[in-house]
Write a protein that binds this ligand. Structure first.
Ligand code: SF4
Length: 342
């Protein structure tokens, strides 16, 4: 069982200490006996402990920077929401295929932002622009926010902020089961709590450092009991030998563990595995023994964000995935909604 994340090293930006949350967090981490270093900005972080790239990468992944979010322009977040709400960046997990491999590059430490009220003000202005239409915000575009939130509670505050809002909804996804502190948040049904799930093969070989499938489902049951709208993201859907059986077992297990009331209003999102050339380089550097298949010749090239092409499955394989997984969802969760396949 993966324990709740405890950072090995903390960096703090001086400006963060001008905020109550910054002071509270530093006080808390110093009481926990964690080494705290000062940095003018996260960009200035040098000299992480470790003798080689491999060690430094692993220490960076368990380093937490307490800072402020300077850019308050939110990214868009299609297809699951209109905007990405930035509460944290980076993740303590070690999923080989993770999209953060490329976006975080050589700085894979985790950053948590303490200027939460300014972030909320910005969210408010985006909601006003679109009102009376609902604006959806995704909180897990740049991190697995639940994985760090037991320490910071910024997600909890965000859930309550959207609980009070008239035109906004929140959603996020996690591979971590440490949800207890979120169960009593006053969410008012405005937050969709999603878990990322996968079959045993993918979790075993490619998702070290994250909660196992049964732990994620147990957490999902608690979340449903707390009245949150619930969803699952099957991602990345990865074609390995025996994938049809692997995913069948996953849905079977999910159906068996979820009580009836948790199956009402359930959503599924399906995302096939993809990679870019730059991501492939970083993955092979950080996880040299990975079994992840990254052969461009077997894939279909597709235009991606910022003009970086991505490699997805061939059309026939995509159809096969949609048909096969779609049939499992129909069989076990006939009332659930499949939001998209991408
Ligand atoms: Fe990346 Fe999510 Fe895995 Fe964290 S849990 S490493 S964000 S895929």
């Amino acid at each position: 069982m993966v324990k709740p994340f405890v950072p090995q090293l903390i960096y703090v930006e001086p400006k963060a200490m001008e905020y109550d949350l910054g002071k509270t967090l530093i006080d808390k981490f110093s009481k926990m006996g964690i080494e705290i270093r000062e940095t003018t900005s996260h960009n200035q972080i040098r000299n992480l402990p470790g003798d080689n790239h491999f060690q430094r990468y692993r220490i960076a992944k368990s380093t937490l920077v307490v800072g402020i979010r300077k850019t308050l322009k939110f990214d868009t977040s299609k297809p699951s929401a209109e905007y990405a709400i930035p509460l944290a960046t980076g993740c303590m997990g070690h999923c080989h295929y993770c999209y953060l491999q490329t976006t975080m590059g050589s700085k894979p430490y985790i950053r948590t932002y303490v200027n939460v009220d300014e972030i909320f003000e910005q969210a408010e202005s985006y909601m006003k622009e679109r009102a009376p239409e609902i604006t959806r915000f995704e909180a897990s575009c740049t991190s697995d926010i639940v994985g760090v939130d037991h320490l910071t509670h910024t997600l909890k505050r965000t859930i309550e902020f959207f609980g009070r809002s008239e035109h906004g909804k929140l959603r996020f996804v996690t591979k971590f089961a440490h949800v207890d502190h979120l169960l009593d948040a006053d969410h008012q049904g405005q937050t969709r709590f999603r878990f990322s799930i996968n079959d045993d093969y993918v979790i075993k070989y490619f998702e070290p450092g994250t909660s196992r499938l049964h732990e994620r489902i147990e957490a999902a049951v608690k979340v449903a009991e707390a009245g949150y709208p619930l969803g699952f993201i099957v991602a990345p859907i990865y074609l390995h030998e025996g994938w049809e059986d692997g995913y069948h077992e996953m849905f079977e297990k999910l159906e068996a563990m979820l009580p009836g009331f948790a199956k009402k209003g359930l959503t599924f999102e399906m995302i096939q595995h993809r990679f870019t050339k730059p991501a492939k380089r970083v993955i092979q550097e950080n996880y040299p023994m990975t079994k992840l298949e990254l052969d461009e010749a077997k894939r279909k090239w597709k235009w991606g964000r910022y003009g970086i092409g991505k490699y997805v499955y061939q059309n026939e394989e995509q159809e096969d995935i949609k048909k096969t997984l779609g049939s499992y969802i129909d069989k076990y969760f006939p009332e659930a909604k499949i939001e998209y396949f991408t």
